[in-house]
Design a binder for this molecule. Structure first.
Ligand code: TRP
Length: 460
């Protein structure tokens, strides 16, 4: 299938898959989740979830993609028949819905970057109010979200090697360098060490069921699991590659970036005597205030930070858009450019209610009521397609491997490009994790979460 294109090799795949993983999830979501769930205790549980669940599920998805060399739907259908093809459809639908809201938040980051550069943000007196009015400003929202989607579409239309891979190769290292530079700076501030302690010394009494549930959701969000994203990317890697090593590198890169984002943000928050449990506004409310207090350097550091956030988000929106695009190109044979324009536009339109749900339109802003709080459309979409949907997608994928594809075939695929795999500790570990531990754990989490979220039943 030469016409589908391929990653140029190991590094190309890793850069693109890491680019998909590293995103708003690491820099925007991870710090506020950590700040709301007890700091270091959350970090600890998060790391455990990465090793025990995240990494094996990632290996599972990539191996299905490479084995079939097909899009999410085609891959499940080829091995499992029409019924399992539905799981592919679910992945594609999740990606579309997820991207529709993800792009809204990417638009906020884009707006903040521009406002850092042109000085609007530095002139602001009250950052909480600024954030509230910014996310309700209809014309800005349209402009920045649409802008972000257009940039994404242009890159995806250039294809796997020229578009996705080369963008990731430049953006990913740039992101690392900016992050390290900012951390170096944040450590020089007064009280920075208080933040480091909060982040690194766990208080185990903070661990509750909610910690585990949130950490697992964060792991899926951050590693791009559960929506067949990595089945799609896996379909573009060659049989020479070692899947286990590649997945390990992607997991480590993603975890490192999230870890570094925390190491940047908590010293900043504590140096200003602020609270780490600000919620989703953490990055948008707390940080601009901190940058404003830094004198002449403030706007430069602030602009670098929001640029970094945009880069991280861009490599993810690219990969999210690629999921439905690969599907339509593979299955329907339409031209890539046409498919890209159509899908990007569709996703943008689907995202409009979410975009207008942050204060712009009352109906969308007070859309539903559960878990004891009022939910916006944006919350509802993330609840269904991220918090509940991703672990569900992961669960079904593990059931697929265990009962349909069979562990032996999974192992055979992994042994290609990895000579010592058969009989190794890694083989035993992955087999146990994917076919016993993950299905039980994810299945239970799914049931408990649905009961808790939508039926108000708290088992823990
Ligand atoms: N992992 C991305 C982040 O941390 C978000 C994401 C979830 C994603 N699923 C994806 C990106 C699928 C690309 C493809 O922000």
């Amino acid at each position: 299938m030469a016409s589908r294109g391929n990653f140029s090799g190991r590094i190309g795949f890793i850069a693109a898959a890491a680019g998909s993983a590293v995103g708003l999830g690491n820099i925007w979501r991870f710090p506020y989740e950590t700040g709301e769930n007890g700091g270091a205790a959350f970090l600890l549980i998060y790391l455990i979830c990465m090793v025990l669940i995240g990494f094996p599920v990632m290996v599972g998805e990539i191996s299905i993609g490479r084995n079939t060399q097909l899009n999410a739907f085609g891959a499940y259908k080829k091995i499992g028949g029409a019924k399992w093809g539905l799981l592919g459809y679910w992945g594609i639908l999740s990606a579309v819905m997820f991207l529709s809201v993800y792009n809204v938040i990417a638009g906020w980051a884009f707006a903040y970057f521009v406002q850092m550069v042109n000085g609007t943000l530095s002139a602001t007196k009250n950052f909480g109010e600024h954030f509230t009015s910014q996310i309700a400003d209809v014309s800005d929202l349209f402009f920045y979200s649409l802008g972000f989607m257009v940039i994404t579409a242009v890159i995806v239309s250039r294809g796997i090697k020229k578009g996705i891979e080369s963008a990731s190769r430049i953006l990913m290292p740039a992101l690392f360098i900016m992050l390290l530079g900012l951390i170096g700076y944040s450590f020089t501030l007064d009280n920075a060490m208080e933040g480091v302690k909060y982040y690194l010394i766990p208080d185990l009494s903070e661990i509750t069921f909610a910690t585990v549930y949130n950490a697992l959701g964060q792991a899926f969000f951050s590693l791009s699991l559960g929506m067949a994203a990595l089945v799609t990317y896996g379909s573009y890697i060659s049989k020479k590659e070692n899947i286990v090593t590649s997945a390990a590198l992607v997991t480590v890169t993603d975890t490192t970036v999230a870890f570094l984002a925390g190491l940047l943000i908590f010293p900043l928050v504590f140096s200003q005597g602020l609270s780490p449990s600000e919620g989703p506004g953490l990055v948008f409310v707390v940080l601009p205030g901190i940058f404003a207090g830094l004198g002449t350097l403030g706007p430069i550091i602030g602009a670098a930070f929001f640029l970094l956030l945009c880069f991280a988000a861009l490599t993810s929106t690219i990969s999210l858009l690629e999921i439905p695009v690969t599907f339509l190109v593979d299955e329907k044979g339409y031209s890539r450019t046409k498919v890209v324009i159509f899908t990007a536009l569709l996703v943008f339109l689907i995202g409009i209610p979410s975009m207008l749900s942050q204060g712009a339109v009352d109906y969308f802003s007070n859309f539903a009521h559960y878990e004891g709080i009022t939910k916006t459309v944006l919350d509802v979409v993330f609840d269904i397609f991220s918090d509940v949907g991703l672990p569900l997608g992961g669960f079904l994928m593990t059931i697929f491997i265990a009962t349909k594809w069979k562990t032996a075939n999974f192992n055979k695929e992994l042994a290609i490009g990895n000579e010592g795999y058969m009989g190794s500790f890694m083989q035993k570990y992955l087999n146990f994790a994917l076919t016993i531990f993950a299905p039980i754990f994810l299945g239970l989490m799914f049931i408990i979460t649905v009961l808790k979220k939508f039926f108000g039943v708290n088992l823990f």
